[in-house]
Design a protein around this ligand. Structure first.
Ligand code: NAD
Length: 351
């Protein structure tokens, strides 16, 4: 066995219904006295509840999907104008992403309080968009110092959004099995992530206001992101990144649709990954495990239903071909990708 593995330095506090207290302790330990709270308009009320006891210098509510550069610019200006010494992000991946954009240029520490299962809080990856082009990069300055997980904050996430967000997390796990820096440590984290999501998501669907499924899903989402941050982007993420950028598709549902096709394509060429995923699903094969879960969750099935045009398949294939990870377990040809994307576009699930 020979591998090189980096673990990112981060504290995790996990306690349902305790976000306010956990956050106050964390800010106290950090010695911060001028906090900038970043939360979307939709999360305004919950962020006020959670951050009530903090020394807040400025509340910032301008949050947008995929962090447009002008939105990042205004957030940085607000941080500078109020001389803040810490960032608290309460929200989903878009909110965490905005805090990361501020940390990237200021070095300010982030405390993330996630309210979806996106997992951005556990990675050192940032992303911003300008004129429909998304740029991403990895920088340790954007890794939140601490994550405060409070599953009660995800109780308001509608079932459909929860399912897509949770399947986005599942995609982190599956892709981590064969991504460029895949290693045995990532594989263990990803396997446990799949197990937790497989248990949590059906429970969220059956009882959206119950905490048990929400906690399992949040725990699985964290593991998935840690595995992904370490393993890097595999074929699945490369495809979704291209689709999201080209056609402005919704992030989480796009991942949910594409995942079974990539698993079907790569699985036979990656027997160790296939075995680990099947084991985590407690299913005869990885594909059957994912299919059963997706059916149980009524997961989205077609890219065309998400707004991708049919004549977008060919340019997407070309763009993906240029970024296929070198070590992808299966050889990827133009014909393979065309068949994969057409099936995902039409909603023809692998048998
Ligand atoms: P999001 O943050 O845009 O949230 C989706 C929607 O859910 C929004 O309308 C939001 O207001 C709402 N919402 C959030 N929490 C809620 C709650 N508890 N109750 C009710 N509504 C709630 O989307 P997302 O899926 O969380 O994140 C997607 C973004 O994160 C993308 O831009 C993606 O690129 C990024 N991302 C980055 C990384 C990374 O490592 N950098 C990892 C995963 C995702």
């Amino acid at each position: 066995m020979r591998f090189l593995h980096d673990s990112l330095p981060q504290r995790v506090r996990f306690a349902s219904h305790e976000a306010a207290g956990q956050l106050a302790e964390e800010v106290g330990e950090l010695g911060a006295s001028r906090v900038m709270v970043i939360a979307s308009e939709a999360a305004k009320e919950s962020s006020e509840r959670v951050a009530a006891g903090l020394p807040v210098a400025v509340w910032h509510h301008e949050v947008a999907m995929h962090v447009p550069v002008d939105v990042a610019f205004r957030a940085r200006e607000a941080a500078a104008a109020h001389d803040v010494d810490a960032l608290v992000a309460v929200g989903g991946g878009s909110t965490t992403g905005l805090a990361k954009a501020v940390a990237l240029t200021t070095g300010l520490p982030i405390i993330a309080v996630p309210t979806t299962y996106a997992g951005s809080e556990a990675t050192n990856v940032w992303g911003m968009t300008e004129a429909d082009r998304k740029t991403t990069g990895a920088d340790d300055r954007v890794l939140p110092r601490t994550v405060v997980y409070d599953a009660a904050l995800t109780l308001t996430l509608p079932v459909e959004v929860s399912v897509a967000s949770g399947l986005n997390a599942l995609a982190h796990c599956v892709d981590s099995m064969w991504a460029p820096r895949a290693d045995p440590i990532n594989a263990v984290l990803a396997g446990e992530g799949i197990r937790a999501l497989r248990a949590g998501l059906p429970a969220v669907k059956a009882d959206p206001t119950g905490l048990e499924g929400r906690e399992q899903t949040l725990y699985g989402a964290y593991l998935s992101a840690v595995a992904f941050a370490s393993a890097g982007s595999g074929l699945h993420h490369k495809i979704c990144h291209v689709l999201g950028g080209m056609f402005d598709l919704p992030h989480a549902p796009t991942h949910a649709v594409v995942l079974p096709h990539v698993l079907d394509f790569n699985g036979p060429a990656a027997p160790d990954a296939e075995r680990r995923i099947a084991l985590a699903f407690d299913a005869p094969s990885a594909g059957e495990g994912l299919a059963a879960l997706r059916a149980e969750l009524d997961a989205p099935v077609a890219l065309r239903a998400l707004g991708m045009p049919e004549d977008g398949i060919a340019p997407a294939v070309k763009a993906v071909l240029a970024v296929v990870p070198a070590g992808n377990p299966a050889l990827v040809t133009e014909d393979d990708l065309t068949a994969l994307l057409r099936a995902a576009w039409e909603g023809n699930l692998p048998r």
